[in-house]
Ligand binder design. Sequence first.
Ligand code: UT7
Length: 351
Amino acid sequence: MIRTKILGLGSHVPDRVVTNEEIPYLDEQHVRQDTIQTETNDAWIQQRTGIKARRYVPNDGSVATSDLAALAAKKAIADAGIEPSDIDCIILGTLSPDFHFPGTAVLVQKKLGIDRTSCACFDIRQQCSAFVYGMQMADAFVRTGMYKRILLIGAELHSHSLDFTTRGRDVMVLFGDGAGAMVLGPSESDDPRTGIVYTSAHADGTGAMDLYLKIFEIQKLPYVGYNAKSREENEIIYPKMDGKRVFLNAVRGMVMSTQAALAKTGLSWDDIQWFVPHQANLRINEKVVEVAKIPPEKVLNTIEFYGNTTAATVPLTIDYWRQQGKVKRGDRILSSVFGSGFTWGAAIFTF
Ligand code: UT7
């Protein structure tokens, strides 16, 4: 029987570390000023979110989301021991695409030099849940024999679309830039406990306006109402969030999908080496761990130093802890995610 196996993993974060101490002083060009630009502080950020630092791309316009994605992808391809030309499908999750269209996956295909005739490219728009949604897609494609070497990427460049004023502080302090990637392909195995064991994907569109970034409204003429000089009008270019509703729904969705993953596979925490939750807020993850009774020593987080990198958090966290020597080949991982949409889901897979 064909099952889907993870063949390679890679990640990339930009070099610039932005600490909580620096955040209040950054202007919209990410340049440190002498005076406070945003009323926030390290104590508030750490207490409410657990975040201490995040990474930002250079502010010189030299790096796009597709660059972060391509750097992570190259490492995943090398880790799989294959060539870029072996990739026959790219699935890329991002909420910070290079352009409105075309999608960013084709730009990554070009940057990797992948043959233009033999590679399908998909952009998916499930925000913080994109990696689990993408894994479900990849698993279906591999099992049916549609594609044999799928590059699944989560990549985000958040720092350019955040509001560096007190108005945007609730969202701005949370997010960082980064990318993670996996290569997935077929393996002959009848063991249902190996490879991608389980995926689930859910959505509830009634939460769509609890976390969104409009930029434009296509039903309006003109459809972009952006005036840089008007603070009211330029609000449209920044994300908006009802933090408390997102928090409560995230805990609920991640607990439910984690419990369902175990119930539907018949696995218990004795069978799972690591729990890798989406990295939106350390307090969300602590609550999920408490309510779903997850052994705390099995939980892997990176939010303290990477912040929320949305579609990238799951592969970034697994790769970080692999580099630290914790995660090893063959380990079984349960991942649960929640994000804008609302969208949520879970996956169990051996790495
Ligand atoms: O992947 C999904 C993405 N997002 C999430 O998962 C986020 C989920 N939500 C959260 O993580 C939390 O709701 C936040 C961390 C965003 C906010 O924490 P909170 O405990 O819900 O705070 P709040 O929004 O109720 O705000 C409490 C106070 C307010 O001041 P007042 O009205 O009490 O005077 C805010 O204006 O904290 C203020 N505040 C801040 N103060 C300093 C909000 N953001 C900040 C800030 N620094 N960055």
